[in-house]
Design a protein around this ligand. Structure first.
Ligand SMILES: *Cc1c(COP(=O)(O)O)cnc(C)c1O
Length: 385
C-alpha cells in the first residue's frame, strides 16, 4: 500500500472485500469471541476481542498506512490511547517534557493521573530550541508536542525538535490530531510516535469517540499492544467501523476545511472587531514559514481575539447559529467555543492558561459564504448588547 498515494491508501488500506461473500465493505465483526478449531486453533489469530477484532484490525491497518508507521493501535478515546502509550514506555522516576500549549486533557493526565505514580512532568515553549535543551533532564524519557497547537495554533518544527530529543535519548511523540495525516506526517520527519484523537478529523462526522497510537518502528509496539490488551480500552467494533468509514473521505474533507478556514481568517483580518487572528495560513502568523514547509495545508482550526474583550468573546460564542456552541472539533459541521470556560477550563490558572478574549472555531465544510454571514450576524448581536 505504501506505493500508493495518500488518498488511495485512505480508501483501500485494510479494506479488502469480505472473502466469503465479496461484500465490498468488510463487515462489522460485532462479536466478543471467536470459535477455536481445537484448543489454540485460532482462525486468523483471533481469540477474544479485547486481544483482537477484525474490524479493529482493519482500522489499525488503515491508520498505519496513513501515517507511514510500522504499526497502529486503536483505542476507545484519544486519552485512552495516550494513557496506553505512556504506561507502555514510562517507568517511575521518568520525566516528560510537554509543550506549554498541549491539549488540556494531556496535561491533566500527566499531572494528575501519572504524577502520583512517580512520573514528573514539566512544560516549555517547544518552539524555542534553547528552552527545550534547558528543560531536558537525564531522566527525560518523552518529549510531547502538539503542532499546530490548541487553541493558539503555534507551530513547532518537528524535524528540529526530533534532533534535540534524540540527542538526549528521549522519544518524540507528536499529537497529530489538529493537522491529521492528510496535512502532516510526523513519522517521516523524525518523530517516534504519533497519537490521535480520531474523534476529530479522522472520524470527521462528530458521531464517534476514538484514539490511536501509530509507531514508526517496532521498539514500543509490543509494550503498547500489551497495555491495550491488559488494560482493555479498545475500540468497539462499530466505533472502529465508523472511524474507518470517516477516514475514506479525509483528504477531500480536509481540503475543504482548509479552504474555508483560510477564507474566514482573511475575512477576520479585515474586521476591526478582531484584534488577533491566529491561523498559520496567514503570512503574518509567526509559524507560517515552518507550517508551509512541514504541512501540505494549514488546517481547519482558527482562533480569534476580540478587541472588545472577554465579555464580547463569550457573547459571540453564544450568538452564532451555523457555528454551533460545542466542545470538540474536526467534524463536517462548524463549531465555536470559548476556550477559557470550555476546552481550557481545566488549565485556567496554570501555565497552560489561554487569553480570555478568545473564541475558537472549528471550521466545517459548509458553504463558506454562509459561514461568514453567520459570523457577521453573530458579531452584530455580540457587540450590540
Ligand atoms: C480531543 C483531543 C484529545 C483527546 O481525545 P479524546 O478522543 O477526547 O479522548 C487529545 N489531543 C487533542 C489535540 C485533542 O483535540
Amino acid at each position: 500500500m505504501t506505493d500508493h498515494a495518500f488518498a488511495t491508501r485512505a480508501i483501500h488500506a485494510g479494506q479488502a472485500p469480505d472473502p466469503l461473500t465479496g461484500a465490498i465493505i468488510p463487515p462489522i465483526y460485532q462479536a466478543s469471541t471467536h470459535v477455536q478449531d481445537g484448543i489454540g486453533g485460532f482462525r486468523e489469530g483471533y481469540e477474544y476481542n479485547r486481544a483482537g477484532n477484525p474490524t479493529r484490525s482493519s482500522l489499525e491497518t488503515q491508520l498505519a498506512a496513513l501515517e507511514g508507521g510500522a504499526a497502529a493501535l486503536s483505542f476507545s478515546s484519544g486519552l485512552a490511547a495516550e494513557d496506553a502509550l505512556l504506561r507502555g514506555i514510562l517507568r517511575p522516576g521518568d520525566h516528560v517534557l510537554l509543550g506549554n500549549d498541549v491539549y488540556g486533557g494531556t496535561y491533566r493526565l500527566l499531572t494528575r493521573v501519572f504524577a502520583p505514580w512517580g512520573i514528573e512532568t514539566t512544560t516549555a515553549d517547544l518552539r524555542d530550541a534553547d528552552a527545550v535543551r534547558a528543560a531536558l533532564r537525564p531522566q527525560t524519557r518523552v518529549v510531547w508536542v502538539e503542532t499546530p497547537s490548541n487553541p493558539l495554533l503555534k507551530i513547532v518544527d518537528i524535524t528540529a525538535l526530533a534532533e534535540i530529543a534524540h540527542a538526549a535519548e528521549a522519544v518524540l511523540v507528536v499529537d497529530n490530531t489538529f493537522a491529521s495525516p492528510a496535512l502532516q506526517q510526523p513519522l517521516a520527519r523524525g518523530a517516534d510516535v504519533v497519537v490521535h484523537s480520531t474523534t476529530k478529523y479522522l472520524g470527521g462526522h462528530s458521531d464517534v469517540l476514538g484514539g490511536a497510537v501509530v509507531l514508526r518502528d517496532d521498539r514500543f509496539t509490543e509494550a503498547v499492544r500489551f497495555q491495550q490488551f491488559a488494560v482493555g480500552a479498545v475500540s468497539a467494533p462499530l466505533d472502529a467501523w465508523l472511524t474507518t468509514r470517516g477516514i475514506k473521505t479525509l483528504p477531500v474533507r480536509v481540503r475543504q476545511h482548509c479552504a474555508n478556514a483560510q477564507a474566514i481568517a482573511e475575512w477576520a483580518s479585515s474586521r476591526p472587531e478582531f484584534s488577533e487572528v491566529y491561523y498559520p495560513g496567514l503570512p503574518s502568523h509567526p509559524g507560517h514559514d515552518i507550517a508551509a514547509h512541514q504541512m501540505s495545508g494549514f488546517g481547519g482550526m482558527l482562533s480569534l481575539g476580540l478587541a472588545a474583550g472577554p465579555a464580547v468573546a463569550r457573547r459571540l460564542a453564544e450568538s452564532t447559529s451555523l457555528f454551533q456552541l460545542a466542545e470538540s472539533l474536526g467534524g463536517v459541521e462548524s463549531l465555536i467555543g470559548y476556550p477559557p470556560d470550555m476546552t481550557h477550563a481545566s488549565v485556567r490558572g496554570t501555565e497552560l492558561a489561554v487569553p480570555e478574549n478568545l473564541v475558537r472555531l472549528s471550521v466545517g465544510i459548509e458553504e463558506v459564504a454562509d459561514l461568514i454571514a453567520d459570523l457577521e450576524e453573530g458579531l452584530d448581536r455580540a457587540v450590540s448588547v
